[in-house]
Write a new protein. Structure first.
Length: 116
């Protein structure tokens, strides 16, 4: 079984930055891709950013392009999300998962709150 644990969330003012981490543990883990997702109150969970594990190629939701950067450390089985120029509409619980996501891999997420 694979466990994904997110960390790094917090409260930040608009325009600020946060760096999220997602550490994978459990059985040998070589996904096709990894992604960050988020869920704001009263809204569906949505895709934010993804990275292909072998090539490192990245892709993003349009509204975060140029502000968020996803990266990975294969040796540490860890994925990061650097978030700059945060906006109040980025407020959500952020989750990582493989991409496409697997239901059993959802963790607790990490709360990101951006104040205006």
């Amino acid at each position: 079984q694979v466990q994904l644990v997110e960390s790094g969330g917090g409260l930040v003012q608009a325009g600020g930055s946060l760096r999220l981490s997602c550490a994978a543990s459990g059985r040998t883990f070589v996904p096709f891709g990894m992604g960050w997702f988020r869920q704001a109150p009263g809204k569906e969970r949505e895709f934010v950013a993804g990275i292909r594990w072998s090539s490192g190629s990245t892709y993003y939701k349009d509204s975060v392009k140029g502000r968020f950067t996803i990266s990975r450390d294969n040796a540490k089985n860890t994925v990061y999300l650097q978030m700059n120029n945060l906006k109040p509409e980025d407020t959500a619980v952020y989750y990582c998962n493989v991409d496409p996501p697997v239901r059993d891999y959802w963790g607790q997420g990490t709360q990101v709150t951006v104040s205006s």
